[in-house]
Ligand binder design. Sequence first.
Ligand SMILES: Nc1ncnc2c1ncn2[C@@H]1O[C@H](COP(=O)(O)OP(=O)(O)OP(=O)(O)O)[C@@H](O)[C@H]1O
Ligand SMILES: [Mg+2]
Length: 322
Amino acid sequence: MLSVRNLVKVYPGPVTALQGVSLDIGTGMFGLLGPNGAGKSTFMRILAGVLEPTSGTVTLDGRDVLSDLNSLWSVLGYLPQDFGFFPHLTGAAMLEYLLQLKGVASGKESKKLAAALLERVNLAYAAKRKVKEYSGGMRQRLGIAQAVAGDPRLIIVDEPTAGLDPEERHRFYRLLAELAERRTVLLSTHIVEDVAVLCPRFAVIRNGQVVAETSPTDARRMLAGAIFEGAVAVGDLDALQRTRRVTQAVLVEGRNHVRIHEPSHEAPAGFEPAVPTLEDAYFVLMHGKPNGTDNGDLAVPPGARVPSVAAHVPETPQEIGR
Ligand SMILES: Nc1ncnc2c1ncn2[C@@H]1O[C@H](COP(=O)(O)OP(=O)(O)OP(=O)(O)O)[C@@H](O)[C@H]1O
Ligand SMILES: [Mg+2]
């Protein structure tokens, strides 16, 4: 179990990137979902031991990992958001170099290990091609190959699916899902589909705070009966957005197909009840008040089933006092 308590990061400026993040993360895939600038990379970099927090603790099975980075790195695989490659090296040569840097293999051994890893991430066919000729997805798979070298039990991947086309993304999903079968894999993303497809549990992070920690099923259940859909003319969308919580608007054949969150559970005129999606839940969580204190947004009407996991419950006086 990876336990994070009251993690705070203040960059010079000062910019407060994390405002006291606490999470418990077990085996399997855990998603960290949030928009640009939410603090995802800051969080991941601290957990990977490459950035020092201002305060807070991180333990892995009860052991303080930030005070013993060498033992953290021996069980960690990390794919940073901006992973640098040498474009003129072949995939195989790049990977061999990274394995030597990481200290998991040397000499002949690294050649053999690189070949096995390229096989594992489905890149053996491109081993001799230069990295500059790789697609975005191929580069990400090469990045994952170095991350999984040495069989780490904790893998941290920072926005690995950004910029991948749907086919590459799905190939990458399969690889990540396989890795998460017997490890902790922490994945950050701003793409809701990543979480829906991969993560039995996830947290939503906004402005350096965890605003919810839940499962995709519970997040959707929280909105049962409160989502409605209908179509409106293109020119009417602005007015609708001023008066209603529009969770999604998609143009179809010149009309806006709109989804609305209505906490009263009363259908607006011309709208029909709809099955909540994770996109709806993400919108609601992102637009509620931090720490799930916004009962107006997430209200459960009298008699309705109370969701088993709704939002992040503040744990410490510091958190409650924010
Ligand atoms: N080295 C730095 N110095 C100062 N401020 C920084 C630094 N790195 C990040 N920040 C700020 O900290 C906040 C969180 O940034 P971070 O990169 O962690 O967000 P993110 O969720 O990973 O965003 P993205 O989705 O764009 O990758 C932002 O306001 C950012 O501008
Ligand atoms: Mg980032």
